[in-house]
Design a protein around this ligand. Structure first.
Ligand code: NAP
Length: 439
């Protein structure tokens, strides 16, 4: 098949270093490399912003991506085929396609022209817009890998999705419902209708309910999109023997970032093996870290479901490429939900973990500023503000003084409080207040 190309350079969003949205640069003369035989050059019409993009920008995966800087960000794309490599058979120039790059791919999709392998793309259904299509493949392929390749879900089985309100969670609900499974999920209040429409039979608002009391029965598989200690404990306790627990928050990248690839990867493997053995012995279940992987069979099935209107991921907002910084800022804020202050109630204690605990990929300044925002709001309302011991013990030096002081004051409370990892939980001080929280 002939190979042709419109131009030898393209406009792309590049990060020359890791950091906040301010590091994003739009460059106009980024070279388009020669296509290899299995490559497809896609003229991008829409790309989506995944949590992985913002995490990569902030330094997650620096052990892999650091030596490759400057990098083009982006995993998902929808657009039209502009050129194909010599061995490409299934796609033609001019065809509308969508797809996603592998999590560790050195190439990115935030560009006028993106390069993907043939099996990472599939024809876009005409009934779905480029914007809608670009929101789906990375998330849906992640869910596909967990449900179809790892848990091998089958009709009639029960699936619990912890964190069903996001792109991966919603995709998992729809894939499982299409396979004839019964799905229960946790999500924020704003996502309840969305997850029920997606096919969940039970939606538990983790901001208002005790999820352990609300979840009923046992499950064949649990997909944990949050993947903190608390959700892992809950997920594993609700599995039947022989069931599968799958978390999206594997530690291979973060440990490699911390200790280097040479020590980090073996450390991650040994943690994973230890957990697998431990849970097999204690609960009789399979434990796994699940990662997105390009899978042409999965992508074809995803396309068929999209065509049938049975797989959708809502798009919150669209931005032009020149607004990429604003787009990343908006996504960063969503990861630190702006609506959290609604949860604060006078006199209650608020425990926050995750958002203010510096991870490798989040800058210390960013964490400190988020922590301060929560502390200010809590103190303004006369709430207790506390954080986890991890934060108190290890990260005090990064905290603004007000936060450190609040942590210090509430230390006894910290130990007594319940920590809902990754999110905020309002703890009632008395029965009366308990009712007030729920009303
Ligand atoms: N391992 C991999 O290959 C892989 C691939 C894709 C994604 N991921 C990771 O998986 C996570 C989810 O990705 P995504 O694309 O679905 O993200 P997303 O679309 O940004 O959704 C995140 C959602 O998580 C929900 N949430 C946060 N804390 C929660 C809690 N404690 N309980 C229940 N729901 C909670 C929120 O839902 P509400 O709006 O309902 O509050 C939020 O909208 C991210 O951390 C991402 O980095 C990993």
């Amino acid at each position: 098949m002939p190979m042709w190309r419109l131009s030898s350079s393209r406009r792309a969003v590049v990060i020359p270093r890791f950091g906040g949205p301010e590091v994003l640069q739009i460059r106009s003369n980024v070279q388009i490399p020669d296509l290899e035989p299995h490559h497809v050059l896609v003229r991008a019409r829409a790309v989506s912003i995944n949590p992985l993009d913002t995490r990569m920008r902030a330094g997650y995966g620096r052990s892999i991506f650091g030596p490759l800087l400057p990098l083009i960000l982006g995993r998902d794309v929808s657009g039209e085929v502009a050129a194909v490599g010599a061995s490409v058979r299934s796609l033609n120039v001019g065809q509308d396609v969508f797809g996603a790059l592998h999590p560790t791919a050195a190439r990115g999709t935030y560009a006028d022209y993106a390069i993907l392998n043939e099996e990472q793309l599939t024809p876009k259904p005409p009934s779905v817009s480029h914007v809608e299509a670009s929101a789906i493949p990375f998330a849906a392929l992640t869910a596909w890998r967990a449900l179809k390749s790892t848990a091998r879900i089958a009709e009639g089985q029960r699936l619990l999705v912890l964190g069903g309100g996001g792109a991966v969670g919603l995709s998992a609900i729809q894939l499982a419902a299409a396979a004839g499974c019964h799905v229960a999920t946790t999500c924020g209040g704003r996502s309840v209708n969305r997850v029920l429409e997606a096919g969940a039979e039970q939606a538990i608002d983790y901001t208002a309910e005790d999820i352990e009391l609300a979840i009923k029965g046992q499950f064949d598989a649990v997909l944990d999109t949050i993947g903190v200690q608390e959700t892992e404990r809950v997920g594993i306790n609700f599995l039947r023997r022989g069931g599968h627990y799958m978390t999206l928050q594997g530690e291979a990248a973060s440990l490699s970032d911390r200790y280097g690839l040479l020590f980090g990867l073996p450390a991650a493997t040994s943690i994973l093996l230890k957990k697998q053995l431990q849970y097999r012995y204690s609960h009789g279940i399979d434990y796994s870290w699940t990662y997105m992987r390009a899978d042409s069979e999965g992508l074809d099935e995803i396309r068929r479901l999209m065509e049938a209107g049975r797989l959708k991921v809502p798009v919150d907002k669209t931005f032009s490429i020149s607004q990429v910084k604003e787009a990343h800022e908006a996504k960063d804020k969503k990861l630190i939900p702006g609506s959290l202050p609604d949860l604060f109630r006078e006199g209650h204690s608020v425990v926050v973990e995750g958002f203010i605990r510096p991870h490798n990929e989040v800058s210390k300044d960013e964490c400190a500023s988020n922590g301060k925002k929560f502390a200010d709001k809590a103190m303004e309302l006369g709430c207790y503000f506390s954080a986890t011991e991890v934060l108190a013990k290890h990260d005090e030096k990064y905290m603004p003084q007000e936060v450190a002081a609040a942590i210090q004051r509430n230390k006894a409370k910290i130990e007594a409080d319940n920590v809902l990892g990754g999110m905020t939980k309002v703890e009632a001080e008395s029965k009366e207040e308990d009712n007030a929280v729920k009303s």
